[in-house]
Ligand binder design. Structure first.
Ligand SMILES: NC(=O)C1=CN([C@@H]2O[C@H](COP(=O)(O)OP(=O)(O)OC[C@H]3O[C@@H](n4cnc5c(N)ncnc54)[C@H](OP(=O)(O)O)[C@@H]3O)[C@@H](O)[C@H]2O)C=CC1
Ligand SMILES: CCCCCCCCC/C=C/C=O
Length: 329
C-alpha cells in the first residue's frame, strides 16, 4: 500500500493566493488492478493558469490541478514499463494511479543529459504556447519587430528566442534588473524593467521608435493598454495571458482598445495552446531540436520539496521566478 501526499484547494482564492488557501493531505492508494500503473511525481509544474482555472473548474476540497513529470514505479499494463518517465495531468500529488490513457511519453529522442523537468517548460506546454502563438496567431515574418512581456518567464523567454530564430527584432519587458540582464544574455535586442521605467510609453518608444508589428501579450491590463498605442498599422496582438488581472477582486477599467484597433487596423486574437493539441508532437520536436542545438536557452526556478508547492506557486505569481517555475519532489 502506498500513501500519496496531495495538496487540495481548501478555500477558494480571494485576491492574491495565500498559503492558508491550501491543505496538505495523505491518501492511501489501493493496490493496482489489471491495466493500471503506479506513478511517482518527480517534477511538478506551477503555472499561472491554475489561478483562473481554480475558480472555473474546481471546488473546495479538490486536489489542485496541474501537470507533472512522473516515473512509472509499478505496472500492471503491458504497454508501460517500470522506470519510464511520462508527462501526466494528475494534479499536485506525489503518487497516483493511471490507466495509461492520459499519459504522454517524453519525445523518443529525449537525450539522457537533458533535465526531464524541461518537459514542463521549454519543451512542454509553455514552449508550445510560444511556438503556436508566434507561428499561428502573430504569424511573424522576418524583419518584423516583436514585443513580449513577462519576457523572462516560461512562455516569454521562448517567445523572444523563437522570434530571433525566425528573423525578427525582439523587445522584452520583465520585472527585475536580473531578468533584464538575462534577456540580453539570451539574445533579446532590447529589454527593460517595466517596474522601474518612469514611463512605459517612453520606454516602449525608445526600444522601437517605429513601433511593433507583433505583441505577444502575457500580462494584459494597463501594460496592454499602453502597448496597443505603439502597434504599427496592421499589427497583430496575440492575447496569451492576463496575469496582471488574475488576482483582481474588482475588474479593471479601460482605456479601451477599439480606437487604436480601428485606426491601425489591428488584429487581436486570444488563444489557448490546447487548440493545437493535434500538433504538439511537431512543436515538441522543433523545440527539442533548438534546445539541443543551443539556439533556445532554458532557465528553471527549481523549488525543492513537495511541501513547498503553494510557496512556489505564490512566488511565481509574485514574479520570483526566472524562467520556468517547477518543484522537485
Ligand atoms: N493561452 C495559453 O494557452 C497559455 C497562456 N499562458 C499565459 O502566459 C502567461 C505567462 O505564463 P508563464 O510563462 O507560464 O509564467 P511566467 O513564467 O512568465 O511567470 C509569471 C510571470 O508573470 C509576471 N507577472 C506576475 N504578475 C504580474 C503583473 N501584475 N504584471 C506584470 N507581470 C506580472 C512575473 O514576471 P515579472 O517579474 O516580469 O513581472 C512572473 O514571473 C500567463 O499570463 C499565462 O496565464 C501560459 C500558458 C498557456
Ligand atoms: C490540468 C492540466 C491542464 C493542462 C493544460 C494547460 C492549458 C493551459 C492554458 C493556459 C491558459 C492560461 O494561462
Amino acid at each position: 500500500m502506498v500513501t500519496a501526499k496531495v495538496w487540495v484547494l481548501k478555500k477558494h482564492f480571494e485576491g492574491f493566493p495565500k498559503i492558508s488557501n491550501f491543505d496538505l493531505k495523505e491518501i492511501e492508494l489501493p493496490n493496482l488492478k489489471d491495466g493500471e500503473l503506479l506513478l511517482q511525481s518527480v517534477f511538478l509544474s506551477v503555472d499561472p493558469y491554475m489561478r483562473p482555472y481554480s475558480r472555473r473548474d474546481m471546488k473546495e476540497g479538490d486536489v489542485m490541478i496541474g501537470t507533472q513529470v512522473a516515473r512509472i514505479v509499478e505496472s500492471k499494463n503491458p504497454a508501460f514499463t517500470v522506470g519510464v518517465f511520462v508527462v501526466a495531468r494528475s494534479g499536485w500529488r506525489t503518487h497516483f494511479i493511471s490507466d495509461g490513457k492520459d499519459l504522454q511519453a517524453l519525445p523518443s529522442s529525449w537525450p539522457e543529459s537533458l533535465p526531464r523537468s524541461l518537459a514542463l517548460g521549454t519543451i512542454g506546454m509553455p514552449g508550445l504556447t510560444a511556438y503556436f502563438g508566434l507561428l499561428e496567431v502573430c504569424k511573424t515574418k522576418p524583419g518584423e519587430t516583436v514585443l513580449v512581456n513577462a519576457a523572462a518567464g516560461a512562455v516569454g523567454s521562448v517567445v523572444g528566442q523563437l522570434a530571433k530564430i525566425w528573423g525578427c527584432k525582439v523587445v522584452g519587458c520583465a520585472g527585475s534588473d536580473d531578468k533584464v540582464a538575462y534577456l540580453k544574455k539570451i539574445g533579446f535586442d532590447e529589454a527593460f524593467n517595466y517596474k522601474t521605467v518612469t514611463s512605459l510609453d517612453e520606454a516602449l518608444r525608445k526600444a522601437s521608435p517605429d513601433g511593433y508589428d507583433c505583441f505577444f501579450d502575457n500580462v494584459g491590463g494597463e501594460f496592454a493598454s499602453v502597448a496597443i498605442n505603439q502597434m504599427k498599422k496592421y499589427g497583430r496582438i496575440a492575447v496569451c495571458g492576463a496575469i496582471s488581472q488574475y488576482n483582481d477582486t474588482v475588474p479593471q477599467k479601460g482605456p479601451y482598445v477599439q480606437i487604436p484597433m480601428i485606426f491601425k487596423e489591428l488584429r487581436m486574437e486570444g488563444f489557448l495552446v490546447t487548440s493545437w493539441n493535434n500538433r504538439w508532437e511537431e512543436g515538441l520536436k522543433a523545440l527539442l531540436k533548438w534546445v539541443m542545438e543551443g539556439k533556445v536557452k532554458c532557465h528553471e526556478q527549481v523549488t525543492e520539496g513537495f511541501e513547498n508547492m503553494p510557496a512556489a506557486f505564490i512566488g511565481m505569481l509574485k514574479g520570483e521566478n526566472l524562467g520556468k517555475a517547477v518543484v522537485k519532489v
